[in-house]
Design a binder for this molecule. Structure first.
Ligand code: GDP
Length: 304
């Protein structure tokens, strides 16, 4: 399965760490729990989320009196999946749109290099494949390369890209994109933005203006403010997520590059801590290498 292959490095790393944590032990005792805590923290799950997981396992041990180490993977799988329940709503396998109005609008934010453009291209591909009419908007007018890249993806996938000249007002590009998309009966609009986190006030104002202008075309827009994070950066992704949350209201997350990293545990921590659902995960560079995040499948893949 794509997910299993994509998560291979993380899976091996988590498996090795847990094996070491329980080595020579048949029962889950305090020492195993201490080792396990370290194993989870070094798997990029994050301290706070790890402590929650350990607490749940402790409670289970206290309740059941005896828990064998051979059951540990199953227990972790259950406890982590249930931990992620309340903040994960994207528990489906299909690319149907959650709203009745059209177009459904996704505003994409994230710093450069995290895989933002690639994720937009992959989303366009998936939506198109599921029979939807897609429009892309090149509102990262700050870098010429950003507009070029998104145009390349537009050609590759076969969907129109609305753009203006470099340096144009991003809000104006967003307005044009939505207007064209609406006039042409599009189902989905995906808009790229510049991720200049080093200028927070500038970014905050820019995103606010984009949102305000979009509402003039479509009062419901944006349906989704999607933050793209690079999973291979582990704890840095956490930090970026926190900073972006201060700049604008994030409604969903895409975590990329999980294929090349052992830090995939970061998905669990981010999903738990941010109270924003992880909606998409990137598992490679190709067009198809994006999946809807399903917490059960994810946890099952990691704790086999
Ligand atoms: P942007 O600057 O955020 O728009 O980043 P790009 O979309 O240009 O991606 C930066 C690099 O990351 C490119 O080489 C992409 O092919 C690569 N990339 C993006 N997503 C993934 C992923 O899920 N897995 C892997 N292995 N590479 C990815």
């Amino acid at each position: 399965e794509v997910l299993d292959n994509g998560l291979e490095k993380t899976k091996h790393s988590v498996f090795d760490k847990i094996s070491r944590a329980v080595m020579g032990k048949s029962t889950v005792d305090d020492e195993v729990l201490d080792n396990l805590e370290e194993a989870l923290i070094t798997s990029d799950i994050g301290v706070d989320t790890t402590l929650k997981i350990i607490k749940r396992i402790e409670e289970r041990v206290a309740r059941d009196k005896y828990v064998s180490t051979s059951e540990l993977n199953n227990i972790m799988r259950d406890e982590i999946a249930s931990l992620l329940t309340e903040n994960n709503t994207a528990d489906n396998d299909d690319w149907e749109l959650p709203t009745d109005h059209r177009p459904y609008v996704i505003l994409v934010v994230g710093v450069n290099g995290v895989g933002k453009t690639t994720t937009i291209g992959k989303l366009a591909y998936q939506f198109k494949k599921s029979g939807k009419k897609v429009y892309l908007g090149a509102a990262d007018t700050f870098r010429a390369a950003a507009v070029e890249q998104i145009c390349i993806w537009g050609e590759r996938v076969g969907v129109p890209v609305v753009k203006q000249q470099m340096g144009a007002d991003p809000a104006s590009v967003a307005f044009d994109t939505l207007s064209s998309a609406k006039a042409n009966g599009a189902d989905v609009v995906i808009i790229d933005t510049a991720g200049r986190l080093h200028n927070k006030v500038g970014l905050m104002n820019e995103l606010k203006k984009i949102k305000d202008v979009m509402k003039k075309v479509l009062p419901e827009a944006p349906d989704e403010v999607l933050l793209v994070l690079d999973g291979s950066t582990g704890q840095n992704a956490f930090e970026q997520a926190k900073q972006f949350s201060q700049v604008t209201q994030i409604t969903s997350l895409a975590i990329t590059k999980l294929d090349g990293t052992a830090k995939g545990g970061v998905v669990i921590g981010i999903s738990d801590q941010l109270k924003v659902p992880v909606k998409y995960i990137g598992l490679g560079e190709s067009m198809e290498a994006l999946q809807l995040f399903n917490k059960r499948q994810f946890v099952d893949s990691l704790f086999k």
